[in-house]
Each structure stands twice: as structure tokens, then as C-alpha cells.
Design a protein around this ligand. Structure first.
Ligand SMILES: [Fe+2]
Length: 282
């Protein structure tokens, strides 16, 4: 029988998974990982050193894989469905999306399909400085809001745009930039509080949240910033200090993430695969 053990990292978030690489696709290991992902939000597999093929195989065991390489400029690795996240100019000639990941976000919010269920990253090259990835549990963030604030945000809907998520990256976007962005993403309206099929509720906020529908811009933005700030507080947050070969999976529907800035010259490279979601945001 395959052996797997999950050790909690913080009370509200994170688990370190102890398992042999050879056992990753054993049914009981996959089952345990899926449960732990729902429960812990982020799973760390220290120094798993997966090849692209091994990562894809594990991705396929965990769910249905997504191909993003066609929709996002930058880079695709040798294997289809593996995306290289890097600022290395030789690989990625349009770094804006990677720079946008310096800010709290949830993947896939500005595409018109169910949010990706989970993202898997393997660290191929780490940066000597910066480059830590941070995760914040948006379920815990909602649950711990004071009752008055839960009441204030009940029923609110937010407009999410790629322009909003790239605003911090650009001094002044040109008309051409705007056109390029709008060709690859759509404006999406989502509830601020997501009630999942499981009955659990989470906050749906991040840099892509542009405004609250039907509310004056400053009021809506103030609420969105407050919620993102609240969700990102240390109690709900885990900071992963990467070592080469680490594999990290997170529940993209219940966790937002960001990366600490790192120099483009560091060559920091992550190999990413994605598991498709099935649930419409309600
Ligand atoms: Fe991301």
C-alpha cells in the first residue's frame, strides 16, 4: 500500500506532503491529495524533482488538464500543456502577465470558463533573491470576517478585468496595450462571495477586481482593497520559500496567490500545469 502523510503548515492553510514520487498516481494517494487540497488549500511536495512528463501524469491523475499555452503569450515548454513562468527575456518576450503575478490574484478570473480547479508548479530554477510565492486562504478570510462586514458584502458583484490586474505593472498603458489585453481576456462579473457547490463560501477578490457593480468607484474599490488586504493577513497566509525541485499545488478556487518580486536576470523558472474547474461561480 502506498504511503502518504500530510503535515499541517499553518492552522488555516498549507500542508507538506510526504510521499514517494513513484506512488504519486496510486489511487489512494491521489484521493488523499484531493482531500488535502480541499482541506489545506496549498500542498507542498518538497524536492519532488518531477520532469514535465511526470508532472503531466500527476496532473492527469488529479483532474482534467488545461492547455493555456495557446491563450497566453510568453513561453511554452517542450511538452504541450506545460507553461514556463519566467521573466527570462530569451524565453518570455512579453513579461507583463508574469509581472502582474506580483499582486494578489486568482488564475483565470477574466476568462469565460469555470475557474481552474488547481495549479501545479515545479521550481526548475529559483532566484537567490525574492521569488517566494504567497498563498492566502479566501475561505478562512470569509469565515472570519465580522458579521457586520459579511452583511455589507452579501449579494455584491464585482467586475473583473485584465486591465485592472495589469494596472500596477504599467505607468501608462497605450491604446495598443489595451487592445492586446482585451483580445485575450473578457470582462467578467462575479459575486464577491462565492458560494461553492460544497456549501463553503470564499471571497473572490484580487488585482483583477476592478469595481463593484452599481456602487460609486471609490466605495467599491475601497471594499475590494479592504477584502484583499484582510484575506492576505498573516493568519490566512503561507509564504513558500522555494527550493529547486519543489512541487506546489493550490486550490485556485479557495486560495489567492502572488509572488515576491525577483530580478529578471535571476533566471527563475517555474513549470506550470493546470487542472480544469467544473463549477460555475455562484
Ligand atoms: Fe497566478
Amino acid at each position: 500500500m502506498a504511503r502518504i502523510e500530510v503535515e499541517n503548515i499553518k492552522p488555516h492553510l498549507g500542508g507538506i506532503v510526504h510521499v514517494e514520487k513513484a506512488d504519486l498516481c496510486e489511487p489512494e494517494v491521489v484521493h488523499e491529495c484531493q482531500n488535502a487540497l480541499e482541506d489545506r488549500g496549498v500542498l507542498v511536495f518538497p524536492r519532488m524533482n518531477l520532469t514535465d512528463r511526470e508532472q503531466l501524469a500527476f496532473t492527469d491523475c488529479m483532474g482534467e488538464r488545461v492547455n493555456y499555452t495557446r491563450a497566453v503569450p510568453g513561453s511554452s515548454a517542450a511538452e504541450p500543456d506545460v507553461y514556463r513562468v519566467t521573466l527570462d527575456e530569451e524565453i518570455n518576450d512579453s513579461p507583463e502577465y508574469v509581472l502582474g503575478t506580483y499582486f494578489w490574484h486568482i488564475d483565470g478570473v477574466t476568462t469565460n470558463m469555470p475557474l481552474p480547479k488547481a495549479t501545479l508548479l515545479t521550481a526548475r530554477k529559483v532566484s537567490a533573491r525574492g521569488g517566494q510565492t504567497e498563498f492566502a486562504n479566501t475561505y478562512a478570510a470569509y469565515e472570519h470576517l465580522p458579521d457586520w462586514e459579511k452583511a455589507e458584502i452579501e449579494g455584491l458583484r464585482a467586475l473583473h478585468t485584465v486591465e485592472s490586474s495589469l494596472r500596477p505593472v504599467f505607468e501608462e498603458p497605450t491604446e495598443e496595450d489595451r487592445k492586446r489585453w482585451s483580445s485575450m481576456a473578457v470582462k467578467m462579473e462575479h459575486p464577491v462571495v462565492w458560494t461553492h457547490a460544497s456549501g463553503r463560501r470564499s471571497l473572490l477578490v484580487g488585482s483583477h477586481a476592478e469595481r463593484i457593480v452599481g456602487m460609486p468607484l471609490p466605495d467599491g474599490r475601497a471594499i475590494l482593497y479592504r477584502l484583499a488586504e484582510w484575506a492576505g493577513q498573516p493568519d490566512f497566509r503561507y509564504t513558500h520559500q522555494w527550493q529547486e525541485g519543489d512541487l506546489v499545488i493550490w486550490d485556485n478556487c479557495g486560495v489567492m496567490h502572488r509572488v515576491y518580486p525577483y530580478p529578471a536576470t535571476s533566471g527563475r523558472t517555474m513549470h506550470r500545469t493546470t487542472i480544469a474547474g467544473t463549477e460555475k461561480i455562484a
